[in-house]
Design a protein around this ligand. Structure first.
Ligand code: PMP
Length: 410
């Protein structure tokens, strides 16, 4: 795996990109997949009975089969192509949740959810009268498993939970949560947006009922996302959007819809992006999760150790517990936006804000954080340069310069 695979770093050789949790850069293989489809085989799918249309359909359906295999799904028919994780979560809430939930139901979610896995459920609860139960995190930034056990045992119709927190980096024990939720007959919805590019996912083993992710956080283009759903559930669901592509027959009296997954893909789909998503997942698979996990863990360690040595920095998220290569932190006396602006000027991209997780920031009593997140192209040098930049930011904004190891070795 290498920075050289990513053309953005040819255009910007000095760029230190530590914002992969927001979106990842694209390897040449993905740019090539897009370009090759548009320049050599472009047509839309499921319509043309001419060779190029048939080829496009073959590539698009081939991408679906590859995603199914990548996720450990039982069948390609369980994979729905959508725009992103947000659309997929809204689809689950509207097409499965709305007809199945009412005032007696409890929707269990967590305080660490991204707005995409919180707002669809909050709105549904408000409109159907279902109760929304929000599980807290412990002081260490892990999901409070005691609360999870207690609340799930009290009854749950749905558990909507993220696999990895985009703020805390916490990796949640999905299989264990799914077992507790299933004991109550709940449907388990897993937000895998922060997981897919970083750790192996097997939807069958984790016993999820729905699993979603966005291609753009996994080295694929924007505009393509995935909903995986258990076939029995998808089969019972009405379409979310209606229009072209997803119908069997339409007449003034009666309309019938296609079976899943096409029932949920109204309109012309993101054909090129789906094909390039396959290219991105192949790129990940070729590198291998052993190697990705090893490299990201080493960089995370360097990041955590370095941050720990900078006075006034406090790190969010679990210590000594499984966590993803993303770290949100605060620096005493310096606003997160000032830090990210200062680093940005130096060509170091990190994110500041509440990362679409306002309820979590509210619960923690902090307005915003800075987040540095690791991708497949990052190096130890990236992390060291970032840490030095942070020390400079501290010196500038607090007027203090501490003589730390990394300052001394510069
Ligand atoms: N869930 C999580 C955990 C995320 O980090 C994000 C993106 N920040 C999303 C969902 C939403 O992804 P998208 O904007 O691609 O729909």
């Amino acid at each position: 795996m290498s920075r050289a695979d990513f053309p953005i770093f040819n255009a910007h050789p000095e760029l230190i990109y530590l914002d992969s949790a927001a979106t990842t850069q694209k390897p040449q293989a993905v740019v090539d997949a897009l370009s090759s489809f548009y320049s050599k085989s472009y047509a839309t799918v499921h319509r043309g009975v001419y060779p190029m249309g048939e080829r496009a359909t073959e590539l698009y359906e081939g991408a679906r089969a590859y995603v199914a295999e990548f996720l450990g799904a039982k069948s390609a028919d369980e994979v729905v192509f959508l725009r992103n994780a947000t659309e997929a979560l809204n689809l689950v809430a509207e097409a499965w949740g709305r007809p199945n939930l009412g005032p007696k139901d409890r929707i269990v979610t967590t305080i660490m959810e991204h707005h995409s896995n919180f707002l669809p459920w909050q709105r549904l609860a408000r409109q159907t009268g279902a109760e929304l139960v929000v599980l807290p995190v412990t002081g260490n930034g892990q999901l409070d498993m005691e609360a999870a056990r207690r609340e799930l045992q009290a009854g749950a119709s749905v558990l909507a939970v993220t696999m990895v927190s985009n703020v805390l980096g916490t990796v949640n024990p999905i299989a264990c949560l799914a077992a507790m939720a299933h004991a109550q007959g709940a449907v388990v919805v897993v937000d895998g947006a922060q997981a897919v590019a970083h750790r192996p996912v097997n939807v069958t083993q984790m016993e999820a009922d729905f699993f979603v992710f966005s291609g753009h956080k996994a080295y694929a283009p924007t505009g393509i996302g995935v909903l995986w759903g258990r076939s029995e559930l998808l089969a019972q669901m009405e379409p979310f959007l209606v229009g072209g592509e997803m119908v069997n027959s339409v007449s003034l009296k009666k309309t019938t819809f296609l079976d899943p997954p096409h029932r949920f893909e109204a309109g012309t789909p993101a054909v090129a992006e789906a094909i390039a998503l396959k290219g991105a997942l192949e790129y990940i698979k070729n590198i291998g999760f052993d190697s990705i996990l090893g490299q990201e863990a080493a960089l995370l360690e360097l990041l955590l150790t370095g941050l720990g040595q900078i006075p006034g920095v406090s790190i969010l998220g679990p210590e000594g517990h499984l966590r993803e290569g993303l770290v949100s932190f605060l620096m005493d006396g310096v606003h997160p936006h000032d830090i990210s602006g200062f680093l940005g000027e130096k060509g170091i991209a990190v994110r500041a804000g509440f990362h679409c997780a306002q309820p979590l920031h509210e619960a923690l009593g902090i307005p915003a954080t800075v987040r540095a997140s690791i991708g497949i192209y990052n190096t130890e040098d990236d992390v060291r340069t970032f840490l030095r930049g942070l020390e400079d930011a501290r010196a500038l904004f607090t007027g203090e310069r501490q003589w730390t190891t990394s300052t001394a070795s510069r």
